[in-house]
Every structure is written in C-alpha cells, then in structure tokens.
Design a protein. Structure first.
Length: 338
C-alpha cells in the first residue's frame, strides 16, 4: 500500500516555499510615497514585517538598534522585522514629523511631501501579514533589517516587480490591488534569496541552517520526507560530518538539536493539516509517521497543550492559536515510538 501523503504545504520539500505557505505569508503594498525637498518621517514600531522599496532617488533609513543610518538608493528594498521604531528621511540629521497622522489624513494611496514639483524620490511601502500558526517560525529566523541592494543578482527581477507594482498602484485597473499584493510577495522572496547568502549573520534558526553549507543538506532531507524516522547518523552522513560535530553545528545554526527540529516540524505540519485538511486524526498520524493515533496525540498535546481534535475545533471556530514554544523536547526521537 502506498504511504499516505504528508499534510504539508505545496512546497514539495523546498523549505522556503513550505515555511512561507505554512505561515500564510500575504504581502500588501499599502502606500506610495513621492518626496521633494528636505523631509523626514518617523514611523512607530509596526508590530509586523514591513517592506519599503525605493524606485527613484534615495532615502535614509534610521532604525532603533541600528547605530549607523542606512542609505537606500533606487532599486533597493528593505524588510524590517517590525518591532522597532524607524525614520525615513532625505537626510539623517533632519528632525522627523510623525508619519501616521499625515498618512491617516487621506485615503489616497500616494502620499506626497514637499512642494508640488517633480518628485526627487519615489518609494513604495507595505507590510507582510503572517498567520499566528507559524509567525514565530519566520520572525525568529530573520534579522531586524534586511537590505537588498540594487547591485545584487536579484536586483533586475526586483526592479521589474517594483515597476509593475508601482504602475498597478498608480492605475485604476480591475484587480490592481490583487496584482500589486502578489508582486509584493514575489519581491519578499527575492529579498530572502539575497539574504540566504549572508545568513551567517542571521539569528539561529531554520533559515540560517538552510543556508549553512554543512547542515543545509540534512535540513532539506527532513523537509523532503518528514515522516521518515530519520536517525542522527543518517543526517550526519548527509552533512559529511561525525554525529557529534553535526549535532553541535546544527544546534549552533538552528538553535535546536536536529531531531528536536524534526519533531517540531512534524507538529507544525500537523497543525497545518488540522486547520486545512479534513482527514481523520488517525490518518493524519499515519501520514506523519506515527505508529498510532495515541502516540501522535500525546506528542501533539505536549507541544500545543491541546489534543488534536480540540485544536481543530478551536482554530476552525476562530479561537486563538496556541503559541509554539521553543520546547519541550520530545520523549523519543522517532515518530514511530509508542
């Protein structure tokens, strides 16, 4: 009998795609900006991922916790973690005006600052919404600031996306908002691709582990076949390392031991399946590699605090998503343990 399909996003083992779908990443370009002359706008910590892109001219970015102002030039894109106040300005030493009262004063999708001359700087801003079920998985893996410069390999694609998004926001064509938001999602992926090359500077997490040349292959194996009862020896062999060296390195870059990461990834897939899949819990347990429904239920409850059916009813009725803790550790490494 063929094994039951794992209840997973449609990424087919690509960790970036799977995580973005698991967290339900939705991007929206909410405002265009045109500036002339000296200007400075202060934004409060938004509480969600923010995206800013410069199409023409340049902008200075000042951000709490970042000691040196960052110059953003035409074609540059930044993604901000969302937990810090920041300032966008034509010069870093200008006193800023509070941005929100100015933006709330009009529903126009474009905000202009300065004399009504030909704008010197054109930019767009937006945000990235994440479902509560996996928000921590992405946010904990990202640095406070990701800056994709116009000189990177992904810049031509990003520039095209920016230009198209700008025209969609400017125009009044049917479906413009839908198109612009999907372009923003592609733009976010380009930023992630750029930063995978610099992931050694990231906080410990799955994204840094994915980019690590030694443990990345093992992480891809776990995502490609999460129901398999992987052993530490098999994963270490994929990394061409001893078990001890592999375990230590994986913990350093991922922030958790390899088999604990695998255990938690299965539970995240289970939560995704319980939210979006109507198959019985026993079938879900079998698809994830558990030897019985009770073994799966016990493992699921240790992490979420809820039995699988209770979790399914709660989230489908609009209840709060239980937080995903950094622990606890699994009692057994293999999902087929009783």
């Amino acid at each position: 009998m063929d094994p039951l399909p794992v209840p997973r996003p449609t990424g087919r083992g690509d960790p970036i795609t799977e995580v973005l779908e698991l967290v339900g990443a939705r991007c929206a370009l909410t405002r265009g900006f045109t500036f002339t002359g000296p200007w400075s706008l202060a934004f409060p910590a938004p509480g969600r991922l923010k995206l800013h892109a410069v199409l023409e001219g340049s902008t200075w970015l000042l951000m709490d916790g970042i000691t040196t102002p960052v110059l953003l030039e035409a074609g540059d894109v930044v993604v901000l973690a969302g937990d810090r106040r920041y300032v966008l300005a034509s010069a870093p030493d200008l006193p800023p005006a509070e941005a929100l009262p100015l933006l709330k004063a009009t529903a126009d999708p474009f905000h202009h600052t300065g004399p009504p001359d030909t704008p010197e700087t054109v930019a767009v801003g937006g945000h990235i919404e994440l479902e509560a079920a996996g928000r921590d998985l992405l946010l904990d893996a990202l640095p406070p600031l990701m800056h994709m410069r116009a000189t990177t390999a992904e810049a031509p694609a990003a520039r095209w996306l920016l230009t198209q998004a700008f025209h969609e926001m400017r125009g009044d064509r049917p479906g413009a908002s839908f198109v612009a938001d999907h372009l923003a999602r592609l733009l976010f992926v380009q930023v992630l691709r750029t930063y995978l090359r610099e992931a050694h500077t990231f906080p410990a997490g799955w994204l840094r582990a994915l980019a690590d040349e030694r443990v990345g292959p093992a992480l891809r194996l776990m995502h490609a076949d999460p129901a398999r009862p992987w052993t530490l020896a098999e994963l270490a062999a994929a990394a061409a390392m001893s078990r001890t060296s592999f375990a230590n390195r994986f913990r350093t870059v991922a922030g958790t031991p390899p088999l604990t990461y695998l255990y938690h990834w299965r539970i995240r897939l289970a939560r995704h399946g319980l939210r979006h899949d109507d198959r019985p819990v026993a079938a879900l347990a079998a698809a994830l590699g558990y030897s019985s429904e009770s073994a799966f239920s016990n493992a699921f409850k240790r992490v979420t605090g809820l039995a699988p059916l209770h979790y399914r009813r709660t989230v489908r009725d609009g209840g709060a998503e239980p937080p995903f803790p950094s622990g606890p550790k699994p009692r057994r490494c293999s999902p087929r343990a009783p």
